[in-house]
Design a protein around this ligand. Structure first.
Ligand SMILES: Cc1cc2nc3c(=O)[nH]c(=O)nc-3n(C[C@H](O)[C@H](O)[C@H](O)COP(=O)(O)OP(=O)(O)OC[C@H]3O[C@@H](n4cnc5c(N)ncnc54)[C@H](O)[C@@H]3O)c2cc1C
Length: 494
């Protein structure tokens, strides 16, 4: 039986499909388009998303094809401020620049997409032949983008607004002697712009607000210069020219009964900040393991409520941040060009603020509130080291490998900071279907996790810390698992 209908084979639907496939869940993945999309919207893959791609097992191809950008620059009046991600506490301290069409192509490998298959309503699909298929699925996930049919079928409010000003977007070839280390935002009294270097040499994306008429290489060259990009650059060719308007909205709820919304179907934001696709992929990664666990009978349906509880606040936060950034740019352009420069100079002026900004942009700083599935005993509240609900950070291990290499399992991973054969055996014997036990060694990880010899961390399948404790007590671990897994599975085991 097919358990899940995934509507939409964009980045969100594809990552969800990987997560279900990894766990042997039967699904159908449909998309209304004739075939793969050639036009790319998102260009930047953030550090936290690269961690997701590592877990799924597709990262090497991304790293082969993408361009690592460690620096972002802000340019005003020939003065440049540079923000570097090099000190980010993550294995990938950069943004990987890769067109969305290539991201989707890599993710599509090994997945079957039913193209030209459109969801009409929650019980009807239109097939490539034009015939209608009456369907009924235990679970439906709407990954069908900003104009989501699933969201419409649910009559779910999509609150927010649209910015009236259009933005011009062009993919261009250039002549330049300037050595670009990453994207540039530039601004003058005439307006602002964004230049992103593609992985291909001398190929860029440029975004300029409020313009329709820049349709020749000469006009674009002049506009980029006029808007404050003072380094030598001449546009020689335009391959794509389009315009877009910024929407900022989120769905009132991300779940209604057996139907979920994820990605752009659930939230849309300004592309400034490069968060949309990344937040969407994180949605799919949060939902995938939970849905699989419930379908397999491992967890009660209430586990699925934590999807909205964890992801809706993130969507709101991203909306706030990207709206702030866009407003700052548009206000500066209209009223006070140097304002944008001063604000970024302030933000980059202290190590603490730079760290915070890096964590926000890369999304590694996202953590989930304490709730039944992110839990620790009161006894452990003063324990330093990453807390329950936070992303488990990577760290080198004594044998030269990295912690993240041990966290690729689709199961929970129980990290023990010393060997205890009896405890390990007790956990493995009863819970090996859901939990993998790993003993980790090394001074670096001990320090990073502020761990003692009897410390344990239970890492969720999406890399977040579910539970931690300073003692190896089976009954304590079980009492946490009772909050997640089906009590019937555990009742006789505690
Ligand atoms: C100009 C621009 C630049 C951007 N730049 C960035 C960036 O740098 N970084 C970033 O992170 N994000 C960026 N974004 C946002 C990013 O593109 C989206 O967040 C991302 O595509 C969302 O993925 P998704 O899978 O949720 O939706 P989509 O990519 O929109 O995919 C939805 C899919 O659902 C299918 N579909 C729709 N309706 C149906 C139906 N009824 N039945 C079946 N299939 C259906 C569609 O054909 C489509 O393939 C940008 C967006 C824009 C507009």
């Amino acid at each position: 039986m097919t358990d899940v209908l995934i509507v939409g084979a964009g980045p969100t639907g594809l990552v969800l499909a990987h997560e279900l496939q990894r766990r042997n869940i039967e699904f159908r993945l449909i998309d209304a388009r004739e075939g793969p999309e050639a036009y790319s919207r998102a260009m930047g893959i953030q550090s936290h998303t690269l961690e997701v791609l590592e877990k799924i097992g597709v990262l090497p191809t991304f790293l082969e094809k993408g361009r690592k950008a460690q620096e972002f620059s802000f340019l005003w009046n020939k003065k440049t401020l540079t923000f570097s991600l090099k000190n980010l506490d993550a294995p990938h301290p950069y943004v990987l620049i890769l067109p969305q069409s290539e991201t989707e192509a890599i993710l599509r490998k090994n997945l079957k997409v039913e193209w030209k298959t459109r969801l009409i309503d929650l019980n009807t699909l239109e097939l490539p032949s034009g015939e209608k298929e009456e369907v009924s699925f235990p679970w439906i996930v709407g990954c069908d983008g900003a104009h989501s049919s699933v969201r419409h079928a649910l009559e779910m409010p999509f609150r927010g607004s649209k910015l009236e000003e259009p933005f011009l977007l062009a993919d261009i070839k250039v002549h330049t002697s300037f050595d670009f280390k990453g994207p540039f935002i530039f601004l003058s009294k005439k307006g602002f712009g964004l230049l992103i270097p593609y992985p291909l040499e001398n190929t860029f994306r440029v975004v300029l607000p409020g313009l329709h008429e820049a349709n020749t290489p000469q006009k674009l060259t002049a506009l980029i210069k006029e808007r404050g990009f003072s380094h030598p650059l001449e546009v020689t060719e335009i391959s794509i020219l389009s315009s877009f308007q910024i929407q900022r909205r989120h769905a009132a709820k991300f779940r209604k009964n057996h139907v979920f919304l994820a990605g752009d179907a659930a939230h849309v934001h300004s592309p400034f900040g490069g968060q949309g696709m990344n937040t969407s992929i994180q949605d799919a990664f949060n939902l995938g393991w939970k849905l699989a666990l419930v379908i397999k009978g491992g967890a009660p349906e209430t586990l699925l409520d934590t999807y909205e509880a964890e992801r809706l606040p993130v969507a709101k936060m991203v909306l706030k941040g990207t709206t702030w950034m866009t407003r700052l740019l548009t206000f500066s352009q209209k009223r006070c060009p140097p304002l944008f420069y001063w604000v970024f100079r302030f933000l980059l002026g202290s190590q603490k603020r730079r760290k915070k900004m890096g964590e926000l942009i890369s999304e590694i700083g996202i953590s989930y509130a304490m709730n039944p599935i992110n839990y620790e005993l009161l006894r452990d509240k003063d324990w330093k080291g990453p807390k329950s609900g936070m992303r488990a950070p990577d760290c080198p291990l004594a044998n030269g490998s990295r912690l993240f290499e041990r966290l690729k399992s689709p199961k929970f991973v129980l990290l023990l900071f010393s060997k205890d054969p009896a405890f390990e055996e007790a956990i493995k014997e009863e819970y090996s279907e859901w939990i993998e036990v790993q003993v980790v060694k090394g001074e670096a990880i001990r320090q990073k996790y502020a761990a003692g010899t009897k410390s344990l961390y239970l890492i969720r399948p999406d890399g977040y810390i579910g539970y931690r404790s300073q003692s190896f007590k089976t009954e304590e671990v079980v009492s946490y698992l009772l909050k997640i897994l089906h009590p019937a599975l555990l009742r006789n085991k505690s």
